[in-house]
Design a protein around this ligand. Structure first.
Ligand code: F6P
Length: 332
């Protein structure tokens, strides 16, 4: 059977009237940028790209050289195609508008150029997460407000994982497709379509070292899991924590599980740990499209109305049964 490349997949969606030409171009451009980032990540120490950049991002986090490089690759790739009105990145304080010398489009791109960057220097999987929104009516010169849309308004979302192989996981609102980078040919090839998260699971992902800071519902939920066969859940659960959201969420998409970065005393003042626009929302859209749930514990992530570009939220997502259990404990 002939291989379905990302290009063909997108053209077929365009012919079916599911996406327009500008969105197709946008996703292709992001995918091309991810290939470039994959090459830089893959060179490791030989590429002189490991280590600190020697400066901080807008959120006061030390930037890695690869954070800066991945951000530049995505900005440069997306500036000139005419498909975007503006971009927001984890690494930038304010939206990056399209320079006047280039045509402007009707979409907004939001991204975390290199998620899990604490893992770069130790050769563990990292990734890029992105979300696409429409430019709202009346936003001719995009201000931060134009980006403050609830996640349910995303028209596409995806992530790339730079692991043993490079993957691109994508939704344009009709299921989740996984593409694997064929490094020899240089194209993303469809390797899984209509990905569906198992409804029940025996695996969870959380940073257990924060246990003493958790709120009672999350503490109780994890205690139930840890009690295993002898506890209220009547079976043993296993735990995994890579500390790269892309890697943890990807594992959960493939074999089920629940991912939690809940609200805790350490992050309460900031509203949570993970960022709504370019981490929680795109992952929530993908997880829902795969049949799972994504919640803050108190509400659906995709319904949260953002107030700030770099807003943080609690994130609880994955297999339906588990997320429902955590939500029920929050209501109790
Ligand atoms: O926000 C970035 C991130 O690196 C996520 O990819 C990951 O899930 C989380 O932070 C890890 O946080 P911690 O270092 O607290 O385990």
């Amino acid at each position: 059977m002939s291989r379905i490349t990302l290009t063909r997949y997108l053209i077929e969606r365009q012919h079916a009237g599911r996406i327009d030409a500008a969105l197709r171009l946008l996703i292709e451009v992001v995918a091309r940028a991810c290939k470039e980032i994959a090459i830089a990540v893959g060179k490791g120490a030989l590429g002189q790209v490991l280590g600190e950049a020697g400066r901080e991002n807008v959120q006061g986090e030390a930037q890695k050289k690869l954070d800066v490089l991945a951000n530049e690759i995505l900005l440069e790739a997306n500036e000139w195609g005419g498909h975007l009105a503006a971009l927001v990145s984890e690494e930038l304080a304010t939206p990056h508008t399209i320079p006047n010398r280039y045509p402007k489009g009707e979409y907004l791109l939001v991204f975390d150029p290199l998620d899990g960057s604490s893992n770069i220097d130790v050769n563990v999987s990292v990734g890029t997460i992105f979300s696409v929104l429409r430019l709202p009516p009346g936003c001719s010169d995009p201000t931060p407000d134009c980006f403050l849309q609830p996640g349910r308004q995303q028209v596409a979302a995806g992530y790339a994982v730079y692991g043993p192989s490079t993957l691109l996981v994508l939704t344009v609102g009709e299921g989740v497709a996984v593409f694997t980078l064929d490094r020899e040919v240089g194209s993303f090839v469809l390797t899984r379509e209509r990905l569906s998260i198992p409804e029940s699971t025996s695996e969870f992902a959380i940073n257990m070292s924060n246990m003493r800071y958790w709120e009672p519902p999350v503490r109780r939920y994890i205690e139930e899991l840890l009690a295993g066969k002898e506890g209220p859940r009547g079976r043993d659960f296993n735990m995994r924590w890579v500390a790269s959201m892309v890697a943890d969420v990807h594992r959960i998409l493939c074999r089920g599980g629940i991912f939690l970065y809940p609200l805790d005393e350490k992050t309460r003042a900031k509203g949570g740990r993970l960022r709504l626009l370019y981490e929680a929302n795109p992952m929530a859209m993908i997880v829902e499209q795969a049949g799972g749930l994504a919640s803050t514990g108190r509400e659906r992530i995709l319904d949260v109305l953002p107030k700030d570009l770099h807003q943080r939220v609690p994130v609880i997502l994955g297999s339906r049964e588990e997320v429902e259990r955590v939500e029920a404990l929050h209501r109790a």
